[in-house]
Design a protein around this ligand. Structure first.
Ligand SMILES: [Zn+2]
Length: 487
């Protein structure tokens, strides 16, 4: 009996102890506050990015021991939609709970993309301002958040650039720059100053007369002119200097200037200038006279040799016979007096009259040049009719006798018409050149006693030199350009 009571007492005490301990433990647990930790309370994430929930940890400490407890999150984040989201992270433990509020903002900071393969666009230029619609560019615009925003693209033209710009709903802007290449279709204007053909004595120097270039779009583009070409200043020939300018649209204008180098070692030879195989014999009758010296300087300038059928009509210029001879020209007899109209004193009055006049001229020539000549031209031409009235058959007889005496007489197959009063320098140039064109061997009748003739010489020579004609003087081997005597 005693034993049983003791057991009951022990049990009661034990129960009381256990209950007390349990109660105490419960009190301890109920006082344990969960602790929540969060990596960040304010989060900003890019729209459409991979969203990972924040790292939330919760733990409690009981009787000095810390252990993790589970957490719960309420609220969602939709990355497909920009905006502010609120998440609540909670942890509970024995009636105690802890909550942390987190703000998550979904933002769009990614600029849209403008997609085009074109970096340069060719534009037909009409005038400023350029209509943006006329600038055809293929493009699309896409935005990660907004999707296709091609329709929102704005096109602006500024000078030679086209700017494509687009702004997405979040305000992100993208600008793409495209170069405009103007196909204006209009070539620049290139101007060269000075003559288009420049004649320079061999060994001389070339001074660029200048040039300028303008373009309808680019304005003054003189500094873009490229000048090229080689000239051998020591060698006779025709050279080209090329002027070339290209505008920004790629339109090119070219011009050439010819440079003729004359007067190098080879007299009578312009073989550098693609010879055309044709020969021109310039012949001057009735001088020397007031314009002969100028003529000689023209001939010297171009290194062209001519044949002078001389007279004594202007005795004070006789020295020019010597000068012409010393400069390589051919001196030939025309007539001393050129008297064909006086009945009493006429070179065609008789054979004797003719020879007297002829020999007087030979004397002058010999005095001027040191020798006589075997080349001659009958005054009025072999086919003159004026001699009919003074001495019948004299021309037929003279051609025989003079030939037998070793003389070579020449007429002409090109008449410069310089004897005709109605002609002027331009007419002489045109007439002479036109007739030369149809001749293999042109023997040109001219008179150096006319100013218009001498003034016409540079243009005639330049035409011939530039077209491959060779100038020669008449001699015994020249083609016998002769008329048949009609008396
Ligand atoms: Zn004459």
């Amino acid at each position: 009996m005693l034993k049983k009571r003791r057991v009951i007492i022990i049990c009661s005490i034990a129960s009381a102890v256990i209950l007390t301990l349990a109660a105490a433990f419960f009190i301890v647990l109920s006082k344990a506050e969960p602790k929540l930790t969060l990596d960040c309370k304010q989060r900003q994430i890019e729209a459409l990015s991979n969203y990972k929930k924040s790292d939330v940890k919760a733990e409690v400490t009981v009787l000095g021991m810390t252990f993790a407890i589970p957490t719960k999150t309420s609220g969602t984040v939709d990355t497909k939609k920009t905006g502010e989201y609120t998440l609540k992270h909670t942890a509970a433990f024995f009636g105690n709970s802890a909550t942390v509020t987190q703000k998550v903002t979904v933002v769009d900071t990614t600029p849209p993309a403008i997609n085009t393969e074109e970096e340069n666009v060719t534009v037909d230029f009409i005038s400023y301002p350029i209509d943006p619609d006329s600038v055809k560019i293929k493009f699309t615009a896409t935005d990660a958040y907004d999707g296709d925003i091609t329709a929102k693209v704005n096109k602006v033209i500024d000078k030679d650039k086209c700017y494509l710009s687009v702004i997405d709903t979040a305000g992100n802007e993208t600008i793409k720059e495209i170069n405009l290449v103007f196909d204006d279709g209009v070539r620049p204007t290139l101007t060269i100053s000075g003559p288009t053909t420049i004649y320079i004595a061999a060994g001389g120097k070339y001074a660029e007369p200048g040039y300028s270039a303008k373009d309808n779009l680019d304005g003054d583009i003189t500094n873009k002119v490229v000048v090229s070409g080689d000239v051998d200043f020591k060698k006779s020939g025709t050279y080209s200097i090329l002027y070339q300018v290209t505008d920004n649209a790629g339109n090119t204008t070219k011009l050439t200037r010819k440079v003729v180098i004359y007067g190098s070692e080879n007299a009578n030879s312009y073989t550098d200038i693609k010879p055309n195989g044709k020969t021109v014999y310039l012949t001057f009758d009735d001088g020397p006279g007031a314009y002969t010296d100028t003529l000689l300087s023209h001939l010297k300038k171009y290194n062209v040799k001519a044949t002078f059928f001389v007279t004594n009509q202007f005795p004070k210029y006789q020295n020019l016979i010597g000068k012409a001879h010393s400069e390589g020209h051919k001196i030939a007899v025309h007539t001393y007096s050129h008297q064909m109209y006086d009945k009493n004193d006429n070179i065609y009055g008789s054979l004797e009259n003719f020879m007297k006049d002829f020999n007087k001229m030979q004397d002058v020539i010999e005095a001027q040049t040191g020798s006589t000549t075997n080349i001659m031209r009958f005054a009025g031409g072999t086919n003159n009719t004026i001699s009919k009235s003074t001495c019948k058959g004299i021309m037929t007889e003279l051609t025989k006798q003079m030939t037998a005496a070793g003389y070579f007489y020449f007429d002409w197959n090109v008449d410069s018409y310089d004897s005709r009063s109605y002609t002027n320098t331009q007419k002489v140039i045109t007439e002479t050149i036109n007739q030369i064109k149809s001749k293999e061997n042109a023997v040109v009748l001219m008179h150096d006693i006319h100013k218009k003739t001498v003034d016409a010489i540079p243009a005639i020579i330049e035409y011939c030199l530039n077209n491959g004609y060779t100038f020669r003087v008449l001699d015994e081997n020249s083609p016998p350009v002769r008329y048949k005597p009609v008396n």
